[in-house]
Ligand binder design. Sequence first.
Ligand code: FES
Length: 226
Amino acid sequence: MAIDAEPRNAGRRIITQEEAEALAALAHPDRPPPSRPRRAGLTRREALVYAMAASGALLLATGTAAMTQPSPQTDPLLSALTPKELQPLIPGGFAYPRFREGEFGGTFTLTRKASEYTTAMPPDLNPTGKFYIVKVEQPVPVAGGQIIAQQGIQAIYQVCTHLGCLIPFQAAENRFICPCHGSTFERDSRYVRGPAARNLDQFEVNVADDGTITVNTGRRFSGMPV
Ligand code: FES
């Protein structure tokens, strides 16, 4: 009569890996626990932590960009790249520096109209705006060849293009002569002599139909290199 072979593990409970390790730890408390091979890929907890970190970084970047976004009114490059009709629609971030009308960095509306200036007059200094208004026959282009003057009205930055001294106009010479190292410029901003490497800089000028002059000291254009 055939006798069925009894299964090898009949009557025994097969324990799990964790239970086996727990029993081994009880039997040999002085042995370090066996190191388990790390599973390939991320655990659910790791994936959750990474997702939270990524969304936090995205939120921070978006907020920073919104706060510091430049506006075409204050950023020359953005202004040049943005069509004029769209510029009022781009307000800029609240952390971006803003300048009020009549303070350096902002816009100045002059009391004298364009028609009140002549090419024979000495440059008219606006000390707060740090610029001279001068009427010229031939507007002087800035670096890159652009003409900034309007109707012959130029706004010349008062700072010497050598090392930054404020430069006075010497009426007797009919020129700007820097007291620091002697750089000399024509009445219309062109370099004459001295250590400066370019013409005097200019600010953006706008002359309205009624002759009102506005100067934007937030938009400075480097003088043409010599
Ligand atoms: S700062 Fe004007 S010449 Fe040097």
